[in-house]
Design a protein around this ligand. Structure first.
Ligand SMILES: [Zn+2]
Length: 305
């Protein structure tokens, strides 16, 4: 993104990622779902981690993932944060035009439309999701349509939740968002804050290619903002406590990614593995600090120009 040199983080052979996905979802990856070999690289300047090749998974991958797990969450912390700003805008100006990239099933836009009367526009590539958006009376464009249909339109809010990390070219995405925000609109993006706390111990196949093309921390988000001559202001929910993070990171190792189904057994993990728990406490104590707090696993960035 910032055109600086990069270095190797790790090789990600398709077989390895496929096995990790099968373990995580507890279901076999079908043979028609091809997972390519990827390399994960990190920019030496901005610390963005990115996939080589920058090619997201094919539709068959998401059709399978949709079948084995609920893809669109019904609630996100950051929706509440942005909804508050939208409601404030409506209070002051009497209306608000909101554009969401990767709007999914439209939970967020529908809330803004029904609660605040916001004028909602979505960009969504999934045909299933687009049908759901239109059924809710939300204007919906494909990425191709948006390029021409939005040429002369600007919005008060241009937002993208957990979308940036999926695209091959985050730079062109933020340039588009900047254009659609015009000089006065506000830009919000949310992404997983990588590495997530439990990634100290466990490989998360859903925070790596082919699902996520990029992995973001505060330095990478600052570099993203600089691409449009802006600054990133970061917001986060409070992180889990140090001891909870250390314990949960080990629970995934010893009890698998669905450890939370056996919460009582999970409480014993620090007693069963005291040395590893102690080491993990030190690892978690060194977790990135954002706004003088231990980093949570999700970050909302407002790109202010
Ligand atoms: Zn960079």
């Amino acid at each position: 993104m910032c055109r600086s040199p990069s270095r190797l983080v790790r090789e990600l052979p398709g077989d390895f990622v496929g096995t990790a996905l099968a373990d995580y979802t507890e279901s076999r990856v079908p043979s028609d779902v091809q997972i390519a070999d990827y390399t994960l690289l990190r920019c030496t300047q901005c610390e963005l981690e990115f996939s080589d090749p920058p090619e997201p998974a094919a539709d068959a991958f998401y059709e399978w993932l949709d079948r084995v797990q609920e893809y669109y969450p019904g609630e996100r912390w950051e929706w509440g944060e942005v909804a508050r700003q939208v409601s404030e805008h409506v209070r002051r100006h009497g209306q608000c035009r909101v554009l969401e990239l990767g709007a999914g099933a439209g939970f967020f836009l529908n809330q803004l439309k029904t609660e605040y009367g916001a004028q909602a526009t979505a960009i969504e590539r999934s045909e299933d999701a687009a049908a759901k958006l239109r059924a809710q009376g939300i204007e919906c464009l494909t990425p191709q349509q948006a390029a021409s249909a939005l040429t002369h339109r600007t919005f008060d809010f241009v937002v993208a939740f957990h979308c940036l990390e999926h695209v091959a070219d985050p730079l062109s995405m933020i340039v588009d968002m900047n254009r659609w925000a015009g000089p006065d609109g506000r830009i919000f993006v949310s992404v997983p804050y990588s590495p997530m706390f439990y990634e100290s111990q466990w490989f998360d196949p859903l925070n790596h290619p082919p699902h996520h093309m990029t992995r973001w921390n505060q330095h990478a988000l600052a570099a993203l903002a600089r691409q449009i001559k802006g600054e990133a202001q970061l917001y986060m929910p409070p992180a889990l406590s140090l001891t909870a993070r250390a314990r949960m990171a080990l629970c995934i190792v010893y009890q698998g990614p669905r450890w939370y189904l056996h919460r009582r057994r999970a409480l014993l993990v620090p007693l069963q593995h005291p040395l590893r728990y102690l080491r993990e406490l030190f690892v978690q104590a060194r977790r990135d600090r954002v706004n003088a707090q231990a980093a949570s696993d999700v970050v909302l960035a407002e790109i202010r120009r």
